[in-house]
Design a protein around this ligand. Structure first.
Ligand code: ADE
Length: 255
């Protein structure tokens, strides 16, 4: 996957590309990221990228010309790099007004060949660029950040780990939280006992069927306790209903 990030603060991404899973994705040839400074598309002597808002008011607005030029250049570079006229890219504007990111959307984005992230600063971006050049407005949550850069990193992280061959264990994105509208099961490692609390005996039993059953049950009960809305949205299977009925019986015996 080719990723271009358009930002006024390209240095913010230097450490991001150079570490951990992103670095591995680049090393195995799954990800080819590039940061582009929007300022280099400003045509005036002082390379100005912002201006006062029409109508007055606080703050500055990102000017349309440098941003539109940067997006269009990124699109045409990506088209050329992929060697196909049909290979279009998705231009994503990071904004608290956008569609909320979730795991399903991350999976959809992971299926794209080319993503362009547009990171705004100041009070906002001239609306005409959003209308003419942006395919998707995307939010990472209902709060306001000072710019789109950290939000873009969140999306890139969530998407990159879904690219084939990036995580060591191919199973790990299948059983993780949200993959089937359930949270992931609890995890334990050595020591067997930590501060008086033992790891569940079944996980040390070597009985794979029993371990699988325990994990499914752990995932279900954690979802019930932490995110019951996920169960309401998706409904319960017959096995899950049986598990929860048993839990309720045990619960009832507590008092
Ligand atoms: N830019 C500022 N706040 C944001 C948010 N919550 N999500 C995405 N981009 C943003």
């Amino acid at each position: 996957m080719q990723i271009r990030v358009l930002t006024l603060f390209p240095e913010l991404f230097d450490g991001f590309w150079a570490n951990g899973m992103i670095k591995r994705a680049v090393a195995v040839g799954r990800l080819s990221p590039e940061t582009i400074n929007i300022r280099s598309f400003a045509t005036d002597r002082h390379q100005v990228t912002d201006d006062r808002p029409y109508g007055g008011g606080a703050g500055m607005v990102m000017k349309p010309e440098p941003l539109a030029a940067a997006i269009r250049q990124a699109r045409s570079d990506l088209k050329r790099a992929s060697g196909s006229e049909a290979a279009d890219s998705t231009a994503i504007f990071m904004s608290p007004q956008g569609r909320l990111l979730n795991q399903d959307l991350a999976r959809q984005l992971a299926g794209q060949d080319n993503l362009i992230f547009v990171c705004g600063r100041y009070e906002g971006v001239d609306e005409r660029v959003i209308a003419s050049d942006i395919d998707l407005e995307l939010s990472i949550g209902e709060y306001v950040l000072t710019g789109g850069e950290v939000a873009a990193m969140v999306v890139i992280d969530a998407v990159t780990r879904l690219l084939p061959g990036v995580l060591g264990n191919a199973d790990s994105t299948q059983v993780e939280s949200f993959s089937d509208h359930r949270l992931e099961n609890a995890h334990y490692t050595r020591p067997r006992e930590f501060e008086g609390v033992a790891a569940p005996e079944v996980l040390l039993s070597g009985n794979h069927q029993a371990i699988d059953d325990w994990r499914r049950e752990s995932a279900l009960v954690r979802t019930l306790l932490k995110r019951p809305d996920l169960l309401r949205r998706q409904g319960l299977t017959t096995t899950e209903k049986a598990i929860l009925r048993r839990w309720r019986r045990e619960w009832d015996h507590l008092d």
